[in-house]
Design a protein around this ligand. Structure first.
Ligand code: ZN
Length: 250
């Protein structure tokens, strides 16, 4: 990864902080020479770039993907790993860089167990509320850390809150990322109902969102994810990583 680009991005983190987070686009317009209604961003270099955004996939067989955001955390990541192991399931963990740095052993353990690591920004940043240098900095810093920890460069980004626009998409295209959103969400507030819905409506290619960090994980969520994995596996489904799911649809 381009070290100069990373350093430039880090420098502008401080500038963005001065501008403040509320109404950040309007407040930072002077610094970025961009108006509040249009954001122009192009990936670096002369190549033709595409930024593919996926909500779900369409594999020919009963495959689906469980994705786990906002960790790693000591409280929940080991529990999820144990649940996944019980069902011989693979998942994709979208990591917050600063949390990965603080719990590097959990990232390595997760990767060693065959789970994919994706990029969820350095500090759970809203990519639509910052300029291009900031977005590149937060994604590249996380990219470098995950590549260093696992020996494998991430191939996917999930923007925090699902928020992304031309600026974040340009940075993702430059990193050759696919942007992975989701088709179902098992929440911390209604995990039983959410899993019931997936058991009714889940189909091959579903991308399910859950969390091992932030406010959502709790014992009921873990119990219900365990139930979902058991029930879908009984129906002949196999849980694979998002990259495997996308590769399977050809
Ligand atoms: Zn998140």
């Amino acid at each position: 990864m381009d070290r100069r680009g990373f350093l430039a991005g880090a420098g502008l983190v401080a500038a963005g902080g001065v501008a403040g987070s509320g109404a950040a686009m309007a407040a930072s317009a002077g610094a970025t020479a961009e108006g509040p209604t249009a954001r122009t961003a192009v990936p670096p270099g002369p190549g033709a770039y595409a930024a593919t955004v996926v909500f779900r996939a369409a594999p020919p067989t009963r495959l689906l993907a469980l994705t786990i955001d906002d960790g790693p955390t000591r409280a929940w990541t080991p529990r999820l790993l144990a649940i996944l192991r019980r069902h011989d399931a693979r998942a994709t963990f979208f990591r917050v860089g600063e949390r990965a740095q603080a719990a590097a052993d959990l990232v390595r353990q997760t990767a060693d167990a065959g789970h994919e690591q994706g990029n969820h920004t350095w500090a759970h940043d809203d990519l639509t509320q910052h300029d291009e240098a900031f977005d590149r900095g937060t994604l590249e810093r996380t990219h470098e850390l995950l590549a260093d920890l696992t020996g494998q460069a991430p191939a996917l980004c999930r923007p925090p809150w699902g928020r992304i626009d031309s600026v974040g998409l340009a940075v993702c295209a430059g990193l050759r990322y696919r942007v992975a959103l989701w088709s179902q969400h098992v929440t911390g507030s209604n995990p039983r109902g959410d899993v019931d819905g997936i058991l009714r409506l889940g189909s091959p290619g579903s991308i399910v969102l859950a969390h091992d960090g932030g406010p959502e994980p709790n014992p009921a969520l873990m119990t219900q994810l365990d139930r979902m994995l058991a029930a879908m596996t009984d129906r002949g489904y196999r849980f694979v990583t998002v990259s495997e799911l996308l590769a399977a649809q050809g």
